[in-house]
Design a protein around this ligand. Structure first.
Ligand SMILES: Nc1ncnc2c1ncn2[C@@H]1O[C@H](COP(=O)(O)OP(=O)(O)OP(=O)(O)O)[C@@H](O)[C@H]1O
Ligand SMILES: [Mg+2]
Length: 248
């Protein structure tokens, strides 16, 4: 029995002359929390896109809960319990918070081709929307239009979109990007409080924030893994320090 939630083996992604991800491997056990860190252009988002099926690797394999999904389309991976948030905001600003979450919960996001409309906030779907809004602390804001919300709250809605799909593995691409200090603290707490059986892989520029939330870290630079280990090992790693000094 494979008790790994996610196994990335020797994955490379090439875009023309650029090797965006270069022979990266990671084995994430169920319920583990990992961070992927590294400077701009290191290949972090491309690695997530390969895991979620938006790009196919040039080499290597990807397994979700033991099943090889290397060439599977995104919706199949979503059905296997994979959820993700995006580095760039992905909401409908003139719909309400609850409508945005409902659309995601109904599988009308980027992962499926078909969409039934109107969908209603009833039954299991309604429960998923309620649950996701509760988990991100936005139950009271559900009838507000997304464009009325602060940037921090909008990032929380994006987390709700992913949670509404009831993922077993959640990929978070810079969930705290561009947030003010107090908003970052809220986001940090929300992630910390997610259920412990949810497997999480987090991309985050802020090393302090990332390393506080996880047990394992991979640091990428130029597509390659330059360090992997526990937060303490990563903090003490000279190559990681050099990369971060260089990019400051
Ligand atoms: N669709 C694409 N076509 C061509 N090159 C791409 C494409 N997507 C990414 N790249 C390149 O691949 C490299 C890795 O990009 P990626 O977005 O994965 O980095 P990142 O680590 O997420 O960076 P950031 O911290 O800025 O978000 C970069 O050199 C980028 O320009
Ligand atoms: Mg990125």
């Amino acid at each position: 029995m494979d008790d790994h939630a996610l196994r990335v083996e020797d994955v490379s992604v090439r875009f023309g002359g650029i090797l965006a991800v270069d022979a990266v491997s990671m084995t994430v056990r169920k319920g583990d929390r990992w961070a992927v860190i590294g400077p701009n252009g290191a290949g972090k988002t491309t690695l997530f896109r390969a895991i979620s099926g938006e790009v196919y690797p040039t080499r290597g394999s990807i397994r979700l809960h033991g099943a090889d999904v290397t060439r599977a389309p995104p919706y199949r991976r979503a059905r296997r319990g994979l959820g993700r948030t995006y580095q760039v905001t992905n909401l409908f600003p003139d719909l309400t918070v609850e409508e945005n979450v409902l659309i995601a919960a109904n599988g009308c996001g980027r992962t499926r081709f078909r969409c039934w409309w109107p969908v209603r906030m009833t039954g299991e779907l309604g429960q998923r929307v309620d649950g996701a809004l509760g988990q991100v602390g936005l139950s009271q804001r559900r009838r507000h239009h997304v464009q009325e919300l602060s940037h921090g709250e909008q990032r929380q809605v994006e987390l709700a979109l992913a949670l509404a799909g009831r993922p077993r593995i959640l990929l978070l691409d810079e969930p705290a990007a561009g947030l003010a200090a107090s908003e970052r603290a809220t986001m940090r707490q929300l992630i910390e409080d997610l259920p412990r059986d949810l497997t999480i892989v987090l991309i985050e520029h802020d090393m302090q924030l990332a390393l506080d939330l996880v047990e394992q870290v991979v640091c990428l630079d130029n597509g390659k893994t330059i360090a992997a280990g526990t937060p303490d090992q990563i903090r003490a790693n000279e190559q990681v320090q050099m990369v971060y000094l260089r990019s400051d």
